[in-house]
Design a protein around this ligand. Structure first.
Ligand SMILES: [Zn+2]
Length: 394
């Protein structure tokens, strides 16, 4: 493939503004960054003047479900699993990458179809983000998202579910550490597994080189997941009898930080409702929890839970400003949570999430300054995923 040289560019590299004003990529990787005139002297290929544009790494959504249709308002039934057409899932993947999301972590489906999408994107047959997939989440009998087929009554059955995911070549393991909202009969407040069972799941996954993402709403489940050594805590809602964030416990946040787990709070654009005056009480609790977590250096990554009702797969760019407002992040902190920090959390720090020579050419160009206004992300001027211009007609 010929090289592409972007010049006259402002570059935010995933952590900070770079002194470089040009970036060259070829064969899917960033080859050089530096002074435009110098790079141009020995460069051949396509040259693009990018005056007025800022380059940032492609975004990472750490929590999506390609199998779920956001237009469905009800939880799927067991007999539905595996019925979702591959073509619909491929459309969602394409919408993600066109919006600038060049990596996604799929945290659950019932029929491993998202793994087919992953493999076909890797083969260059479909347009989509790089995907890490968890397959069927391990859950308790009748527990959260049991319709996906990952029920386990004890550690031995959990191992069987885990081995089934390995056979399908998943990239990580998802476990439902508490009940959820979407499944009738399961309670977000209640843990679904005790510490020995969850620790056994983490150990077994670790032996296979896989990390564990744990769905956690209630505080006791958050505590157990942190103690068990999971890599990421999904939702981390601190939910109590008084609602979201009503059971925040600083000592559990301290345990998360000490264990080095990442919190993935799945804040979608719809969370704008919490910024409304009517929800001032909930917002106050949420902001208090995030403020204390940040003070304790609990690391956060951006995620949306795309696929659940009303949360569309391509909306991370418009969710990030809401995440920043609720969690009290500067634009740079919010951008790091969706790029360099997310890549580190997902074990992809040597692959993507930063603009630096040797890493994948996953980058987006935006008009305006995303470091002062995240709204600049909503309409990227260009997107390359592993060096492929995804906004060109296929
Ligand atoms: Zn989810």
């Amino acid at each position: 493939m010929t090289a592409t040289l972007l010049t006259n560019l402002r570059i935010w590299d995933g952590e900070d503004l770079s002194p470089a004003d040009a970036l060259c990529f070829r064969d899917g990787r960033i080859r050089a960054m530096g002074d435009g005139a110098e790079l141009d002297a020995h460069g051949q290929g396509r040259r693009m003047d990018c005056g007025g544009l800022t380059a940032i790494p492609g975004l990472i959504d750490a929590h999506v479900h390609l199998e779920l249709n956001p237009d469905n308002r009800k939880a799927p039934e067991r007999k539905w699993v595996g019925k979702e057409r591959l073509a619909r899932m491929a459309e969602r993947a394409e919408a993600m990458v066109r919006a600038g999301i060049t990596t996604g972590r799929d945290l659950g489906g019932g029929a491993w179809r998202e793994l087919k999408i992953r493999d076909r994107v890797n083969a260059g047959e479909l347009l989509g983000p790089r995907l890490l997939c968890a397959g069927q989440p391990i859950t308790s009998v009748g527990g959260h998202c049991h319709f996906w087929g990952g029920e386990a009554a004890d550690a031995r059955q959990a191992e069987a579910v885990l081995r089934r995911q390995l056979a399908h070549k998943v990239d990580l393991i998802k476990v439902m550490a508490t009940g959820g909202v979407m499944t009738p009969g399961s309670s977000p407040l209640q843990p679904q597994f005790d510490l020995p069972t969850l620790a056994a799941i983490v150990e077994l996954a670790d032996e296979q080189g896989l990390s564990v993402a744990a769905h956690c709403h209630g505080t006791e489940g958050i505590r157990i997941a942190a103690e068990a050594g999971v890599r990421t805590i999904e939702h981390c809602s601190w939910v109590g009898r008084e609602g979201w964030a009503s059971d925040y416990r600083p000592e559990v946040a301290a345990a998360i930080a000490e264990k080095g787990a990442w919190v993935s709070p799945t804040i979608s654009r719809g969370w704008r409702r919490f910024l409304d005056k009517r929800n001032a009480e909930t917002l106050g609790r949420l902001q208090g929890a995030f403020g204390d977590m940040l003070a304790r250096k609990v690391p956060l990554i951006a995620s949306t839970d795309a696929g659940i009702p009303g949360v569309y797969h391509h909306q991370l760019p418009v969710a990030l400003p809401v995440f920043a407002q609720i969690a009290g992040l500067t634009p740079a902190q919010a951008l790091r949570s969706a790029t360099s920090n997310a890549a580190d959390a997902l074990g992809l720090g040597k692959v993507t999430g930063r603009l630096q020579p040797g890493l994948a050419a996953d980058l987006i160009l935006v008009q305006g300054d995303p470091l002062t206004d995240l709204a600049a992300l909503a309409q990227p001027a260009a997107v390359w995923a592993r060096g492929r211009d995804v906004q060109l007609p296929a």
